[in-house]
Design a protein around this ligand. Structure first.
Ligand SMILES: NC(=O)c1ccc[n+]([C@@H]2O[C@H](COP(=O)([O-])OP(=O)(O)OC[C@H]3O[C@@H](n4cnc5c(N)ncnc54)[C@H](O)[C@@H]3O)[C@@H](O)[C@H]2O)c1
Length: 464
């Protein structure tokens, strides 16, 4: 079976880049990315490709090449579903904020809405691909809805979780470690659907890197991969605190440990804590699933990864307060970076939000600079916490476009995102314009201690 028309529901951090790359690599397939968010779709269609809503290195070039040729962005969800042979569901699956499973389980309401819409609109057979990260066995629920509310057409459900990392999404999509496709490989129709998706990826991914499994393994592998990655960060962060007490240096420890080929060197960088839309949500979901099967030891084991991460963020912020003579009330604290990591404008679950909130509770005045995050996003992130009124947030937090202005007259600076440009700043000038003693807290181990101490900074880096 040859796929000619793809529809992707959800034009976010996954749907947008993933479909742009599929369209670029498969010029004979029409790819339409749809979303109910009109503003987002308008930005994807902006004449100036630099204005697309998601910042990812290399993405504007890919979109430029394919957009209008075989890549389309639209709000007409029904029309795109109707003409597609294959439909990717790439909508958000946040943690539930209400009812049973509140604060833990994945909220599948957006997924269910998609399934009902696909069932209602489809008049021909469709392959439905779960691209969103989902609890294991969601495909069963999807199939149930599709088969029971559809128009008698055949639906095949595949699981094809996305492993891209924000900030390197285009490289990850162009040259993935693996592509995982789960399907009903024991039935002829299921196998045909799996092969159809394999053939899409085989345009540019070597077949040896395309894994096919049953659906449940595929769904669970994605949660497992994120849990393992986050666990490594929490493991090294746990060691960072011990390093600070013992005189060991976490970078040296990470290097020594990571050179063991059984352990490997990646994801051993200590920091103020992991953020992003996925790690916390997916682990909480895993914990919830384990609990719902009565596997309490399994649940507790993974929950500890989150507990450690929360501790790291709090610990970093409270260290700022104690270093500044136990009070930051009325003091200006400059935050460099708001995105959850460099090379993305995504701020979901960013450590910066929680550090800022902690310091605001201590009555600090916060000034923020991030090269890619807009002021409105920073305020939205703080407002969403409901820690104080929107007016109060705007009174106590200032967002500026100039990092030197942000640092001027500050009592302390906290580096919260590892943007390369922070390494290159004129730290001598920054020091001169700050109040003394001038404190510099490096939450990303980005800056060189020696040169900063020579300038005169009171320098603190996580893990040493
Ligand atoms: N962001 C990542 O790095 C990443 C990586 C791998 C997997 N994932 C997973 O991929 C999924 C999507 O993540 P994301 O970061 O792209 O989310 P996102 O919030 O950036 O995008 C989701 C989009 O879906 C749209 N949407 C929701 N319901 C819709 C509907 N019924 N019809 C049309 N559009 C609808 C929303 O308007 C939004 O624009 C999640 O399950 C996430 O866990 C994310």
């Amino acid at each position: 079976m040859r796929i000619r028309n793809i529809c992707c529901i959800g034009a976010g951090y996954v749907g947008g880049p993933t479909m742009a790359v599929i369209a670029q690599k498969c010029p004979e397939i029409d790819v339409t990315v749809v979303d109910i968010n009109e503003k987002r779709i308008a930005a994807w269609n902006d004449k100036n490709v630099e204005n697309i809503p998601i910042y990812e290195p290399g993405l504007p070039e890919v979109v430029q090449e394919a957009r209008g040729r075989n890549l389309f962005f639209s709000t007409d969800v029904d029309a795109a579903i109707d003409k597609a042979d294959m439909i990717f569901i790439s909508v958000n699956t946040p943690t539930k904020t209400y009812g049973i499973g509140k604060g833990m389980a994945a909220d599948l309401k957006y997924i269910e809405l998609c399934a009902r819409q696909i069932a209602r609109v489809s008049k021909t057979d469709k392959i439905v691909v779960e691209k969103s990260t989902l609890p294991v066995r969601t495909a069963e629920a999807l199939k149930n809805i599709l088969d029971n509310t559809g128009n008698g057409v055949n639906f095949q459900i595949l699981s094809n979780p996305e492993f891209l990392a924000e900030g390197t999404a285009v490289d990850d999509l162009m040259d993935p470690d693996r592509v995982l496709i789960g399907g009903d490989i024991d039935s002829a129709k299921g196998k045909e659907a799996v092969d159809a998706l394999v053939n899409v990826y085989a345009h540019w991914v070597p077949k040896s890197k395309i894994l096919t499994t049953n659906v449940w393994s595929s769904e669970l592998s994605k949660l497992t991969a994120n849990a393992f990655l986050a666990q490594r960060v929490s493991s090294i962060n746990a060691m960072s605190e011990l390093c600070e007490k013992t005189g060991a240096d976490v970078t040296e420890v990470a290097k020594a440990v990571g050179m063991d080929s059984r352990i490997g060197s990646k994801f051993l960088k200590s920091s103020v804590g992991f953020g992003g839309s996925c790690f916390q949500k997916d682990i909480l979901n895993l914990v919830y699933i384990a609990k719902s099967f009565g596997l309490h030891e399994v649940a507790d084991y993974w929950e500890q990864v989150i507990i450690m991460n929360d501790h790291q963020k709090r610990r970093f912020a409270s260290n700022i307060v104690s270093s500044l003579f136990n009070t930051v009330s009325g003091k200006k604290i400059a935050l460099l970076g708001w995105a959850f990591k460099k090379d993305t404008n995504d701020t979901r679950e960013s450590a910066a939000i929680y550090v800022a909130d902690y310091l605001l509770n201590e009555q600090a005045e916060i000034v923020v600079y991030d090269p890619k995050v807009k002021e409105e996003q920073i305020f939205a992130d703080l407002d969403n916490l409901n820690s104080r009124s929107e007016e109060e947030n705007r009174k106590r937090v200032t967002v500026l476009n100039d990092p030197y202005e942000v640092c001027r007259d500050a009592h302390a600076i906290a580096v919260l995102t590892e943007w390369d440009e922070f390494k290159e700043m004129d730290w001598g000038k920054i020091y001169k314009d700050m109040l003394k003693p001038a404190f510099l807290f490096d939450g990303r181990r980005l800056l060189e201690r020696k040169t900063k101490e020579e300038i005169g900074f009171e320098f603190y880096a996580i893990g040493s």
